[in-house]
Structure formats: structure tokens, C-alpha cells
Ligand binder design. Structure first.
Ligand SMILES: NC(=O)c1ccc[n+]([C@@H]2O[C@H](COP(=O)([O-])OP(=O)(O)OC[C@H]3O[C@@H](n4cnc5c(N)ncnc54)[C@H](O)[C@@H]3O)[C@@H](O)[C@H]2O)c1
Length: 387
């Protein structure tokens, strides 16, 4: 029988333990092992927590039906700058089964197109609440500060990309979620083989973005082997999508060039004409992501895969654009920060493991990409005139 002071102290300690951000709580193996073993001050709560969430258990190989009454909401997606992504996932899983989230206000069609909630990746308690209240089973973690933006704000990039990742890993491990985290060509550096870059090689990136992504790959794999977390990760090349603005990455030029070519017939490129980088159209990126998430676990010989579609320079892209817009002009005004980043990145990606293990195959090459992008940007008139 505890006296009132001891009882208050006990309640406070239990509350701190319960409410502590995962940083302090799960990083302690002792805390996790106690909880898993059913001992420790709040072991009852913790084990009930692990057992009770998503009683249908982890998804193995196949998605539960969209109508499943047990786990209605499948995906928790941090991403709003890529409208195609949102629409694609909502279409694939049913709009009510996909919760989109960001710290920024969504445009009308996103807000009214299905569930959208505010969530800051740095607020662990809120993440946990969302996962619990919505019985989340899969989590796609896209929030990040990209390469060029990250160099301009290292401490924020470190917080969002590293602390945010820790929060996501912990909430996914605690609630038995299948977790997708995108990595990038930026996870390699100047000492990595660049043409082509294999899955397993030296990774010594020189940007906070790259460092945080290597950290994400390693931590995800560690949680997989240590705690059985179903972590899946693709290293995306530069992603090109028609319906979004560039997000502050080094491959941004390959998105911006289409906006400017259609609007003004000219483009000033911030990378040298000969800078070769791997690239992928958004549809291929989304399909690769869904395919690796749906792949049977036994087909995955690794947990982090390179995926690729094409590799080109600004000059190659300009030449392809000229076929559609003969008056198009490209000039170069090199940004030294972005150029240094690009010069340390892969020129070509070896994605043979993804092709072998789960059948990855891209649909879009450079000509297909350019035609699709120009069609989307409504350049039919120019193309027609050119022809
Ligand atoms: N765009 C590419 O070419 C590319 C290539 C490789 C990998 N990736 C990866 O894909 C993911 C998305 O990239 P993107 O191009 O859409 O970037 P983006 O900058 O457009 O989107 C990142 C999102 O994260 C959100 N965010 C920032 N801080 C947050 C916080 N504290 N809490 C919650 N959300 C927060 C931002 O509001 C933004 O909407 C990133 O993880 C990136 O590393 C992108």
C-alpha cells in the first residue's frame, strides 16, 4: 500500500515513461526488453499496446481488402508536394484508406479528396495517437528536407531527417507497421563508384541530406534484424513529375526545365551541361514503391534497393526537348553548391537486384518522359506547330 507521496511519485514516473518521446524510451534496449518481457513499471500497458494495435496483425504479402473492418486505414503518408502520388495511392487503396499528412496546408482537392491531417514528424506523441486512433498498418514516411535546402538549414534538416526518422521507426516497431522510407542517389558520395553505383558499396555522402539517408537505411535495417520491423526502402533517382513544383533538390532542374520550356521557350540551368544523373518519372517511382511494399518478404534479399529508369545530362534533355519545341534555348548559370553535390552523386544506378528479386522494370525512358511531361504541361500547340 503506497503512501500518497510514493503513489504520486510512481504515477509521475509512469506518466513520464509513457509520454517520453521515443528518443528517450525506445533507444533504451533495457526499456524495450522489459516491456517485451512483461516486466517494468508499465509493462502491462506496453504489452497490451503491442498486442492490441491492429489486431489483424502485420500485413504479410497481400493487402487486407479495402473493406476490411479490422484495419480500415492502411496508409499514413507524409507527403503533399506530389499530387500524383496522393491520387495514385488513394485510387489504389480507396480514398478513405489513405491518410495524408503534412505540416503545410493542402490545396482544396487534396483536402476534400480524402482524409488529411496535420502532423509534425517531430511530435512523437501525436504520431502514436494517429496510428492508434486510425489503426494504421502501413506507413510511408516521405517528410524530409532535400539536398540543396538541407545545406541551407543543416540543423532543421538534421531534426526532420534524423529525429523524425527515429520517431517513425519507433512508432512503426511498437505498432507492428510495415514501413516504407525513401532513400536517394544522395546517399552516395564522391568515394562511391559512380557509373554504375551498385547497391552495396562505400557510402560517404557529403550533405546532411545524404548522411541522414544513409542513417535511415542503416537504422531501418537494424530495426528489421533486431526487432523484426518490416522496413522497406528504395533509393530513388531524381524524380520527375509534371504536377508538382521542385522540392529543393539537386535534380530540380529536370522538373523546372519543362515549366520554363513551355512557358517561355527557354531555361537557365544551374548544373553544367555534362552533369549526368539517374532519373525516373513519377509513375515508375510510385509503381516501384507499391511493388516493393507488396512483394512477399521471402523475395526480398535486401531491405534497401536501388531503382532506376534512365540517366541523362541537361544537354541530353535539352536535345530531346528541341525535337518538340524547336525554338527552345538552354543556357547555363552553374550553382556551385548544387554542382558540387551532383558531382559527388551516382551517374548511373545499378538496380539489378531489384529487377532480379521482385521484378522491377521501368516503363519511362527519356523520349517517353519528355512527351508525357510536355503533354501534361499543355504544350500541344507548340508541338503541333513544330510538326
Ligand atoms: N524528389 C526527388 O527527386 C526525390 C529523390 C529521392 C528521394 N526523395 C525522397 O522522397 C521524399 C519526398 O521528397 P519530395 O521531393 O516530395 O520533397 P518535398 O520537399 O516536396 O516534400 C517533403 C515534405 O516534407 C514535409 N515536412 C517537412 N518538415 C516536416 C515535419 N516536421 N513534419 C511533417 N512533414 C514535414 C514538407 O512540408 C514537404 O511537404 C523525401 O524523403 C526525399 O528524400 C525524393
Amino acid at each position: 500500500d503506497l503512501g500518497p507521496r510514493a503513489a504520486a511519485a510512481w504515477a509521475l514516473a509512469a506518466q513520464h515513461f509513457w509520454e517520453a518521446p521515443s528518443e528517450g524510451y525506445l533507444k533504451s534496449d533495457a526499456g524495450r526488453q522489459d516491456a517485451a518481457a512483461g516486466c517494468g513499471p508499465d509493462a502491462g500497458e506496453t504489452s497490451l499496446w503491442l498486442l492490441d494495435l491492429c489486431p489483424a496483425g502485420p500485413v504479410s504479402g497481400h493487402l487486407p481488402s479495402a473493406n476490411s473492418s479490422r484495419c480500415q486505414l492502411l496508409l499514413f503518408l507524409f507527403l503533399w508536394n506530389r499530387p500524383a502520388t496522393r491520387l495514385n495511392y488513394r485510387k489504389r487503396f480507396g480514398k478513405d484508406n489513405v491518410i495524408l499528412s503534412d505540416i503545410r496546408k493542402p490545396p482544396d482537392h487534396i483536402f476534400h479528396g480524402g482524409p488529411f491531417i496535420y502532423s509534425d514528424i517531430l511530435d512523437y506523441k501525436n504520431l502514436r495517437e494517429i496510428v492508434v486512433n486510425n489503426r494504421i498498418t502501413w506507413l510511408f514516411h516521405y517528410s524530409a528536407l532535400l539536398s540543396a535546402i538541407g545545406e541551407a538549414n543543416v540543423s532543421l534538416a538534421r531534426a526532420v531527417n534524423i529525429t523524425g526518422l527515429h520517431n517513425v521507426l519507433d512508432v512503426a516497431a511498437e505498432h507492428n507497421l510495415r514501413l516504407f522510407v525513401p532513400s536517394t542517389i544522395g546517399a552516395f558520395g564522391p568515394t562511391s563508384p559512380r557509373n554504375p553505383t551498385p547497391d552495396i558499396c562505400i557510402q560517404r555522402p557529403r550533405t546532411i541530406y545524404g548522411v541522414s539517408k544513409v542513417h535511415a537505411e542503416l537504422m531501418g535495417e537494424y530495426y528489421h534484424y533486431r526487432y523484426g520491423l518490416d522496413f522497406r526502402c528504395l533509393r530513388y533517382p531524381g524524380i520527375i513529375s509534371a504536377d508538382s513544383q521542385p522540392g529543393g533538390g539537386t535534380t530540380d532542374y529536370a522538373v523546372q526545365i519543362f515549366h520554363d520550356a513551355v512557358k517561355n521557350g527557354k531555361f537557365e540551368c544551374n548544373l553544367k551541361s555534362s552533369t549526368r544523373l539517374p532519373m525516373m518519372y513519377i509513375d515508375d517511382c510510385l509503381r516501384a514503391t507499391l511493388e516493393v511494399m507488396e512483394a512477399p518478404a521471402e523475395s526480398l534479399s535486401m531491405r534497401t534497393y536501388n531503382v532506376n529508369a534512365m540517366s541523362f545530362t541537361p544537354e541530353d534533355l535539352a536535345q530531346e526537348l528541341l525535337k518538340h519545341i524547336p525554338e527552345f534555348q538552354i543556357t547555363y548559370n552553374v550553382d556551385s553548391v548544387r554542382q558540387a553535390i551532383a558531382d559527388s552523386w551516382p551517374m548511373n544506378f545499378d538496380d539489378s537486384n531489384a529487377r532480379k528479386d521482385w521484378g522491377w522494370k521501368h516503363d519511362f525512358d527519356l523520349p517517353e518522359l519528355v512527351t508525357t511531361m510536355l503533354n501534361f504541361h499543355g504544350s500541344d500547340t507548340r508541338v503541333a506547330q513544330a510538326n
